[in-house]
Design a protein around this ligand. Structure first.
Ligand code: ATP
Ligand code: ZN
Length: 283
């Protein structure tokens, strides 16, 4: 029995989805024009689909799990469970208007908003008690104000350059999104086991990305002060150097704390600091 995974056939999530599988030690021969492919070294079958269709396939059980943007999951309102954020495909769903227009609190009241996300936008308008008209369009939403189809748009943004080239400015973000792993609500026992095996690998890869391995040289008389700065998975490793007065200290640092701690380490007397990426981190 195999776990059936749906990923985007082509587009922004395709490469990162395959990359994550690869980092989990799962090799898939590339999609090309194929509808599905099998992993050589994990009981996994991968379906290549349009991202918009993935929640439906997972709800129906055609696929057991899927990698898809949260934005699509919320929009499609299918009966699926989000089980893990995957850390790629980060973007935001934002309102944008003509850059010359003045934006104030009730700007959207009575206006026309073009979007490919009518459900999410309706929800937002309801929460804000705004009465506005939603025009659903499936692509090139950013040109709608320019051709007089709408007064505002709600669309996915990452850098904002598409908005800028279309003479628009971002006014409000209504959703932050990233790729997530969704699963069918009634997986069988075998499927559940395979999924937890996959999730274990995904979590190890994610954890490794958030941490760095650090090696440094410390004069022995300053060792205590330096060790206090380093958390480590348990506690730092200390090894003697050929020079009796010095030691080598190894530890693991969180990416977020990184620059702060490096500075303190230097002040405390550390030298020859090396930072190395971690491939997998198993707790
Ligand atoms: P498909 O043919 O599969 O329907 P698509 O045109 O809907 O493709 P893409 O543009 O490839 O999809 O985007 C897929 C997903 O990538 C989005 O739903 C979103 O979750 C994510 N994404 C990340 N950054 C961006 C961005 N800047 N613009 C659009 N989507 C983004
Ligand atoms: Zn799509």
């Amino acid at each position: 029995m195999k776990l059936k995974l749906a990923i985007q056939k082509s587009g922004r999530l395709h490469d990162d989805s395959l990359k994550l599988l690869k980092e989990c030690g799962i090799e898939i021969s590339n999609g090309g024009n194929k509808l599905k492919s099998e992993a050589a070294n994990f009981p996994l079958e991968v379906f290549f689909l349009r991202d918009d269709d993935i929640p439906q396939y997972v709800e129906d059980g055609v696929a057991d799990i899927g990698f898809v943007g949260e934005n699509v999951v919320f929009e499609k309102q299918k009966q699926v469970t989000i089980s893990e954020q995957l850390g790629f495909g980060k973007c935001r769903l934002s309102i944008a208007i003509d850059k010359a227009a003045e934006y104030k609190d009730n700007f959207l009241q009575g206006k026309r908003i073009a979007t490919s996300y009518p459900v999410i936008v309706q929800d937002y308008l309801q929460q804000k008690k705004i009465d506005a008209e939603i025009h659903e369009i499936s692509g090139s939403v950013e040109i709608a104000p320019g051709i007089g189809l709408a007064d505002a748009i709600c669309d996915l943004v990452s850098s904002g350059s598409t908005l800028f080239t279309n003479g628009l400015k971002e006014t409000e973000t209504i959703l932050y999104s990233q790729a997530v792993l969704i699963k069918n609500k009634c997986l069988g026992e075998v499927q559940k086991k395979l999924l937890s095996k996959l999730l274990f690998r995904i979590q190890s890869v994610k954890r490794a990305k958030k941490n760095k391995y650090i090696l440094l040289n410390a004069p022995n008389d300053k060792l205590d002060g330096i060790i206090k700065l380093l958390p480590g998975m348990k506690s730092p490793t200390v090894l003697p150097l050929a020079d009796n007065n010095w030691s080598s200290v190894h530890s693991v640092l969180k990416e977020d704390d990184f620059w702060e701690i490096i500075e303190q380490l230097k002040i405390a007397g550390a030298e020859g600091i090396l930072i190395v990426p971690i491939e997998k981190m198993i707790l």
